[in-house]
Design a protein around this ligand. Structure first.
Ligand code: GDP
Ligand code: MG
Length: 594
């Protein structure tokens, strides 16, 4: 295709503002999906995406429109997947910035807009859902225009649901988004913006060609690793894969299949070039996404450990950001320490493990990555409370911090500041987007955000606040490890790294919870919370005499035996902590976040 006829654009928006629905209408209006095959959220192909109504993977689709070729890239909206969004943006020249006409600008609207501006994309402001009775297009057109510096009359109005305004929007894309520019005669360079594992076809790599040309049966090189592969198939998605016999040229967006089995061999952000005539310079911006949040994952039934390992191996084929290593807990047995991009990523992985692989899992409380400097100058990276040094002298502990942005109606400023202050936030600034909507910026420790911050924020603002954050380095903090002891034995699964001021609260809560959850034993069981050797909270589980046999007076031997067997079975689901029997359910309940 002549690059002058190509328009590459993405749709960016806050979650639920209607990206996927608008994408559906575009598929229909351009005729690539007929009315009969149409289903809602056509491009959200994973079950979990369809059920949750969220987009996790980016999708690229080629749409014919009035003699032009439009490549539309639908992006995930959630902060955990910002890395993927930013790659997708690099594959485009334009972005439709979609805003729900009943909601207005939200935190991810801003975050995505800044990403798009950073990538020098042409931005098309669009209000969506104008069919809603609650829509306030006049008000929000003004807000949006103020934000990007255009006239309110330049803000387009559409309904992804009814299709109103979508044709005009497509025309507008053709008219205003710049055609891709590249050197057709140069060595091939293509940016990998997505990489997906498919059981039948192996890894499918999505690319945007910047210079040169990629063809079928050509040896290609991944520039970051210098690994070479042969392209077995090359094509475009419209909306199903279609082989492109002539390959892909400047500005084109499509996929290639090389037979590699692992997405880590074909990484998002990497540059593909030709092996015979390699480019010398990679396209900008390749870096590994780093796991931000760690948690221990254990099978409830210890026998399922090999299955858990296999399941993680399989998921990693499709998710280069997932990292894990074996870990052993005295309380929970064999499991894995798993690193995630954020809380949603964690939830999704856990849900997939349970649903797609039929596993039942316990996960320990999530924690961030700490850097601990000892007095003798040694340094360690702590991804697990059990690695937090207790012996030697700690000089400093550093924790990751974020630049966080909260958008909400102005009436909630007080409540929001209270929550942020309570979590060691530092106010960085505040701006009014309109007279009743504010943007509040805080520096907040990541460790505070991953601990039900979002839920609190939502409940204190009746659901009106939205949050976005990005990593912003680290800061020194007064952090300690709190251990929970049963009869003097520490239970590793309950240890946590918390700020000094919160240590007491954590200890008291955990001790109280466990007192409720652990059944009485034949002896008294003290529960203690401690920092090192210093006990900060204490509860007691009183003793009982549990004599099951006393209930069956004399005679019936078989009944006695049955009872004893039953009791034995029950014990299998008990974990021993020292002499204390702790039922599996107690771990599950104590570690659940509610
Ligand atoms: P995404 O998270 O940005 O991809 O948003 P979705 O496309 O999944 O839409 C979120 C919700 O808004 C869904 O329940 C849609 O049915 C609804 N929605 C999307 N567009 C419109 C619209 O134009 N009008 C109305 N009334 N609802 C819409
Ligand atoms: Mg979506």
């Amino acid at each position: 295709t002549d690059p002058a006829l190509i328009r590459n654009f993405c749709i960016i928006a806050h979650i639920d503002h209607g990206k996927s629905t608008l994408a559906d209408r575009m598929l229909q209006i351009t005729g690539v999906v007929d009315d009969r095959s149409m289903r809602a959220q056509y491009l959200d192909r994973m079950d979990i995406e369809r059920e949750r109504g969220i987009t996790i993977k980016s999708q690229a689709v080629r749409l014919p429109w009035n003699g032009h070729v439009l490549n539309m890239i639908d992006t995930p909206g959630h902060v955990d997947f910002t890395y993927e969004v930013s790659r997708s943006l690099q594959a485009c020249e334009g972005a439709i910035l979609l805003v729900d006409a009943a909601q207005g600008i939200e935190a991810q609207t801003l975050a995505n807009l800044y990403l798009a501006m950073h990538n020098d994309l042409h931005i098309i402001p669009v209000l969506n859902k104008i069919d809603l009775p609650a829509a306030q297009p006049e008000k929000f057109a003004e807000e949006l225009a103020g934000l990007i510096g255009c006239d309110p009359s330049d803000v387009l109005r559409v309904s992804g649901k009814t299709g109103v305004g979508v044709k005009e929007l497509l025309d507008h894309v053709v008219e205003t988004v710049p055609a891709p520019v590249g050197d057709a005669d140069a060595a091939a360079r293509a940016l990998i913006f997505d990489s997906v594992y498919d059981t039948y076809r192996g890894v499918v790599t999505y690319v945007r060609v910047v210079d040169g040309h990629l063809g079928k049966r050509e040896r290609i090189t991944m520039m970051s690793t210098q690994a070479t592969h042969e392209t077995l198939e090359i094509g475009v998605i419209s909306p199903e894969p279609k082989v492109a016999e002539k390959g892909l040229g400047v500005g084109e967006v499509g996929y290639l299949i090389t037979g590699v089995k692992d997405v880590r061999q074909s990484r998002v952000g990497d540059t593909v070039t030709s092996a015979a005539r390699g480019a010398t310079e990679m396209l900008a911006g390749y870096d590994h996404p780093r796991p931000m949040v760690f948690s221990g994952l254990y099978p409830i039934d210890g026998d399922e450990y090999p299955e858990l390992r296999e399941a993680l191996d399989k998921l990693q084929l499709n998710d280069a950001s997932l990292v894990y290593e074996p870990e052993t807990s005295a309380a929970l047995g064999f499991g894995f320490r798993v690193g995630f991009l954020g809380l949603l990523h964690m939830e999704i992985i856990r849900e997939r493990l349970e649903r797609e692989f039929g596993l039942s899992l316990i996960s320990t409380a999530p924690n961030v990555v700490y850097r601990v400097v000892m007095e003798d100058g040694k340094e360690l990276t702590v991804t697990n409370p059990s690695e937090f040094p207790t012996g030697g002298k700690i000089a400093q502990v550093f924790e990751p911090v974020t630049k966080s942005t909260i958008l909400a109606p102005a009436e909630f400023i007080g409540a929001i500041m209270e929550i942020c202050q309570g979590r060691r936030g530092q106010l960085q600034g505040m701006d009014y987007l309109s007279e009743d909507r504010v943007e509040i910026r805080y520096t907040l420790p990541l460790g505070e955000i991953i601990f039900d911050f979002f839920d609190q924020l939502k409940s204190r603002t009746r659901g009106y606040a939205s949050l976005d954050y990005e990593p912003a380095g680290e800061q020194e903090a007064d952090l300690v490890k709190v251990d929970i002891l049963l009869q003097g034995e520490p239970v590793d699964a309950f240890s946590a790294i918390v700020h000094k001021d919160k240590a007491y609260g954590y200890g008291v809560d955990m001790a109280k919870k466990l007192r409720e959850l652990i059944p009485r034993q034949q002896f008294e069981v003290p529960i203690q919370a401690a920092i090192g050797a210093r006990v900060i909270a204490r509860e007691n589980i009183r003793a009982i005499r549990k004599d099951v046999l006393a209930k069956c007076y004399g005679g019936d031997i078989s009944r006695k035996r049955k009872l004893l067997e039953k009791q034995k079975e029950g014990k299998k689901r008990m974990k021993m902590v020292g002499r204390v029997e702790v039922p599996q359910e107690a771990f599950v309940a104590a570690l659940s976040t509610e």
